[in-house]
Design a protein around this ligand. Structure first.
Ligand code: SAM
Length: 238
């Protein structure tokens, strides 16, 4: 991958409004909290709209789009490292916005390396949900440090999530699922959700059915080929 990514030095220096959420519902003219003064307005736009749900490694954007109507009061961002795939998702969102006026204004996509730059974009304690759907398995042991869920990165995800915020993982690779469970269970800032909690959470159903990889597993329907998932909660600690 071309590693020449632009990124802000601090999250508050990034304006999400103009390129990502120009018609975000919270920016509607009926919103009394919207200031009129130009200077304040700039400040307002730099800070008032910011993503709080991340679809990391969003691929072709199926989940990013599906989360938009499910979580109308959240701001959803798909993150993808491949330029062409990111552009495809961007155009997909533009088309959905055109086709359904007033909808899909709370979702967007951005190209970045999510293993490197999350803290440049998102303040600590600002995220409600982080999704890792069918992440690259990096099968060989020597490549395990490249896995996007790791001890080190879980500490970063815990920093970014609000207390009670959720981290979702789904994969069709049993070994990788076991790795996810092992790493999250061992981390002092995460606690596993019960089966009942997961079943009651509509986001779980979406990550199984609306991701392109989830659909592929369904289509292929191979025996012994399954979708394994887990949800962990950020504990209310420090
Ligand atoms: N989540 C999608 C789904 O379930 O259909 C796509 C899964 S695909 C197997 C994994 C995706 O993660 C790829 O599109 C890949 O380009 C992206 N990816 C890998 N490493 C990444 C990184 N460090 N930052 C952002 N995206 C990454």
């Amino acid at each position: 991958f071309n590693e020449n990514f632009d990124y802000p030095t601090r999250p508050d220096l990034f304006d999400w409004t103009e390129d990502h959420y120009p018609n975000h519902p919270s920016l509607s003219p009926h919103d009394d909290t919207k200031p009129n003064d130009d200077v304040i307005s700039t400040f307002h736009s730099l800070s008032s709209v910011r993503p709080n749900v991340l679809d990391i490694g969003c691929g072709f954007g199926g989940l990013t789009l599906a989360l938009s109507p499910l979580l109308p009061h959240h701001t959803i961002l798909g993150l993808e490292i491949r330029a062409k795939v990111t552009e495809y998702v961007r155009l997909r969102i533009v088309a959905h916005r055109k086709e359904h006026p007033g909808q899909y204004q709370n979702c967007s996509v951005m190209r970045t390396n999510a293993m490197k730059y999350l803290v440049n974009y998102f303040p600590g304690g600002s995220l409600d949900k982080i999704f890792f759907c069918f992440p690259d398995p990096h099968f060989k042991k020597k490549n395990h440090p490249r896995r996007i869920v790791s001890e080190r990165l879980l500490t970063e995800y815990a920093y970014l999530l609000k207390p009670g915020g959720k981290l979702y993982c789904i994969t069709d690779v049993k070994d990788l699922h076991d790795w996810h469970v092992e790493k999250c269970s061992a981390h002092p800032l995460f606690v596993g959700c019960s089966e009942e909690e997961m079943v009651a959470d509509p986001c779980v159903e979406l990550m199984r059915t609306e991701t392109e990889e989830g659909k592929k597993v369904e289509r292929e329907g191979r025996f012994g080929h399954d979708k394994y998932y887990m949800v962990y909660k950020r504990v209310d600690g420090n």
